[in-house]
Each structure stands twice: as structure tokens, then as C-alpha cells.
Design a protein around this ligand. Structure first.
Ligand code: CA
Length: 454
């Protein structure tokens, strides 16, 4: 038995005997999935499995409502429920609830679970900061939220409609620049879509266009369109490009609607993608339950990244209750296999797949403050936030990013100290076009960019 387990059990015995809530916790433990630690025996006392107890103590509540959008980013939340990790740490009443779209997720977190909405869940960035600052809420009401962990990296891409085959629309867009500009001159500007404005997919496609010398605000037509509608429009030829997450890029290729020009794993390897964030009032009222949720999600992330589990992961997500699609559509992207099309070589590299726990730079799950800062800086780049935001960007990040809670949960989970980042900055980031973002000097990054609004 590890030192961690010994500490865990002692804590559990104390907690379980101390309160009625302990009994609820025990009951939750009974519902563990097969494969969890067998019951351990100490002298005459049969105790619950050591790892079952966790060290999240008895949570203040066993329920939480977490929203998700059916793309691979949501896997850690779905797995935490389906594999019993929420229950394992005492969150026996945790729910993961499918959101119709990002706007609905925002509306539901504004309402809160008590009024029929959600407490938090999966977010594109910087939605938690924009909600906290009242920038995308009704009546600009400020609803403080905490970013608690990153859910995944990579797994997103830019799909192009089939009618543009042979024009050189690839990762390096400079070769297709004249063609795309000619569409504008002809009065039929290239139409590109993302699913929600001023967040990840909007940023990825803007970055890619601008790196190729195309101004996304003036040279093309860029707009928010729901996923299903975009694919339908690509089929009929009225939509030219779509910035989205797996499994959509794969489906577009598999259904022969279009091809892939770029993966986000190429644009910015190991880039920040989507996050777990919860309303601050819920976290502040339920610190132990927050720790339990984090421990469950972190264990789910480790499970998701084990190659031995990826087939089962595909099966779970493909299920009717979740993504409701053929499992095969998830299997290949999860192995890092992407058919790019239009003369670009196919990709077959697990390091290019969606990753949930570790990537080549270290921790995926840990929410680096330097990444929050990039999202705010990029928001300023495109005029989504005023330039003056840069003066208090670090303050906004410090109030929303709770990497301290992530670390507490990681320690309780017994994560090796070498896997717990010691710096809130991941350091200088390098993009595919050679540009760099130094978190200690975001203004230098803004100055280095040729195409921008600020
Ligand atoms: Ca995404």
C-alpha cells in the first residue's frame, strides 16, 4: 500500500465515523464501477477501499450539474461520470448535461443549477473570463467563475469545402492567398464559420488566415454558424470553411464534403483548448466538493490518455446518450490518424491527437495562467476587448484562474510532484509561423503581428 493510500484511509475512517454525511459518502462508494480497489481489511474492521475514500473529505454536497458540448473536449466529464470517478470521490449525484450550443451553456450557467441551469462545465476560452466580467451576459451582469483545469489540448481543425480542392489551401495559406483574395474581388468572398464568436475556434481560424497574409476581418466573410448547419451549407457549396473540434473535421472528410487544411495541433502544438470552469459562488460554498470534482476529472483525464482505454472511450462517447454517432468516426482521430486531403500528407501520429493528461510540454490538465493571458491578448488583437484590457489582464486572470485549487486536488490525488507544474507560466509559446508569445511581455507579441485590429 502506498503512503498515499494509508493517509487516505485514515482520513476516510475518521470522516465516515464523524457525521451523517459520512454515511451518504459510504453509500456512494458502494456504487463503484468494477475494477476499482477491492475492500481492504484492517484488524477486525472492514473498511471501504482506500482509494475510494480519496482525500477530498466529505463533500458539502454530492450533486453538481456540469454542462458539456458533444465534441471530444467533453470526454473527461463524460468519463468521470461513466467510469464512476465522480461517485468514487463522493459526488454521487453529479450530472453531465448536454448543451444545445455554446450560447445555451452560457445562458444556463447564468441561471445557475438552483434555478434549472448548470453550475459550470466545459468552456471555450475566454468564456469564463467574459462571463465573470459581464461581457457576454444578459444586462452585462458579472457572474464570477473559476477556471479549475484544462480539459484537453489539440483535436481541432479547419475544414474546407470540396469545391476548393487544388487551390493550395493548406497549413501555409500564403500559396492560396491570391485565390482567396480573387473571390473577394469577384463579389463572392470566401465564407468561413466557427461555432461561437470570440472564443477558441474563432481564434484558431483567424490566426491561420492572418499568418497566411489574409485579413479575416476584411478579406473574407467570417461568421458564427451552428455545426450542423455549417456542414449542410458546405454540402450545398454555400460555406467554404469551418473551424471546429473532433469529430466534425473527420466527419467532413469521411462524408466527402471537404478536406482538412490544418489541424490546430499543427498551428500551435500542445495549445490550450477547452477548460473546466464552475461558478465562483458554487466553488466558494463547496470547497470540498470542488476538490472531489477536480480529483474525479483528473482521474478521468489519466484514464482517457491511456492508449489501452481509447477504444472504450470511443464507444462511450459514441453512445446515444452522448455524441450519438458511429464509433469509427472517433477511433481514428483518437489514434492521431487524420486524412488531410488535397495533396497534404495524411497524419498518423498519436502526438497529434487530442490529449487530456500529458503532452510533450508536460501537464495538459493544469490550467496555466499564461494561457489565459494569451486568450485575453488575442481578444485585444482582434478588438473583441479594448486595448486597455492589457493594463489589468493579469488581474482578471488572477481572479478567474484557480490553479491553486488544481494543485490541492493533485496533491490529494497523489500525483507525483514532477507532474505538478511549479510555475503558473508555461513560458514562451511558438506558433507554426514562427511568431512567439512571451507571457511576460504580451505587448511585444501584439506588436509583432502584421494583421490585427488593435
Ligand atoms: Ca474546441
Amino acid at each position: 500500500m502506498s503512503d498515499f493510500s494509508r493517509v487516505t484511509r485514515r482520513k476516510f475512517l475518521f470522516t465516515a465515523g464523524a457525521s451523517a454525511a459520512g454515511a451518504v459518502f459510504l453509500k456512494g462508494c458502494v456504487g463503484n464501477p468494477p475494477g476499482s480497489t477491492p475492500v481492504a481489511t484492517t484488524g477486525n474492521t472492514t473498511t471501504a477501499p482506500a482509494t475510494t475514500a480519496g482525500t477530498a473529505d466529505t463533500p458539502e454536497t454530492t450533486t453538481i450539474k456540469l454542462g458539456y458540448v458533444p465534441i471530444v473536449e467533453s470526454a473527461p466529464l463524460v468519463v468521470a461520470l461513466e467510469k464512476g470517478f465522480f461517485a468514487k470521490y463522493g459526488m454521487t449525484g453529479a450530472e453531465v448535461l448536454k448543451q444545445a450550443n455554446w450560447g445555451s451553456a452560457r445562458d444556463n450557467v447564468e441561471i445557475g443549477a438552483a434555478a434549472g441551469g448548470i453550475d459550470g462545465g466545459q468552456w471555450q476560452m475566454p468564456m469564463p473570463h467574459l462571463i465573470s466580467e459581464g461581457i457576454i451576459t444578459k444586462g452585462n451582469q458579472k457572474i464570477p467563475m473559476y477556471v479549475l483545469s484544462q480539459l484537453n489540448t489539440q483535436g481541432n481543425g479547419i475544414a474546407i469545402a470540396k469545391k476548393h480542392l487544388g487551390k493550395g489551401i493548406g497549413l501555409d495559406l500564403s500559396k492560396a492567398k491570391d485565390y482567396i483574395l480573387s473571390l473577394k474581388s469577384a463579389g463572392t468572398p470566401f465564407k468561413a464559420a466557427y461555432t461561437f464568436p470570440k472564443a477558441n475556434q474563432d481564434f484558431w481560424i483567424r490566426y491561420w488566415f492572418a499568418a497566411g497574409g489574409i485579413n479575416p476581418d476584411t478579406d473574407i466573410s467570417l461568421l458564427a454558424v451552428p455545426s450542423a448547419q455549417t456542414v449542410a451549407n458546405m454540402k450545398t457549396g454555400t460555406m467554404d470553411a469551418f473551424s471546429t473540434g473532433d469529430p466534425w473535421p473527420y466527419r467532413i472528410v469521411a462524408d466527402d464534403i471537404g478536406f482538412m487544411s490544418a489541424l490546430t495541433a499543427q498551428i500551435w502544438p500542445d495549445h490550450p483548448e477547452e477548460y473546466l470552469a464552475i461558478r465562483a459562488d458554487w466553488v466558494d460554498a463547496n470547497p470540498k466538493a470542488t476538490k472531489a470534482v477536480l480529483m474525479a476529472v483528473m482521474e478521468a483525464q489519466q484514464w482517457c490518455d491511456d492508449p489501452a482505454n481509447r477504444e472504450e472511450l470511443s464507444t462511450i462517447l459514441a453512445g446515444r446518450n452522448y455524441f450519438n454517432l458511429p464509433k469509427e468516426i472517433l477511433s481514428e482521430p483518437y489514434k492521431g490518424m487524420y486524412k488531410m486531403g488535397d495533396g497534404q500528407p495524411d497524419i498518423n501520429d498519436t502526438k497529434m491527437a487530442t490529449l487530456y493528461w500529458k503532452d510533450s510540454k508536460g501537464s495538459v490538465s493544469y490550467p496555466y495562467k499564461s494561457h489565459d493571458l494569451w486568450f485575453l491578448t488575442e481578444s485585444v488583437r482582434w478588438g473583441f476587448l479594448p486595448a486597455s484590457t492589457m493594463d489589468n489582464a493579469q488581474k482578471i486572470v488572477d481572479s478567474v484562474n484557480r490553479e491553486d485549487l488544481w494543485k490541492e486536488a493533485a496533491q490529494a490525488l497523489g500525483i507525483a510532484s514532477s507532474d505538478i507544474p511549479s510555475n503558473t507560466s508555461r513560458g514562451v509559446e511558438t506558433f507554426f509561423d514562427g511568431k512567439t508569445f512571451d507571457p511576460s511581455n504580451p505587448k511585444a507579441y501584439l506588436e509583432s503581428l502584421e494583421i490585427k485590429k488593435v
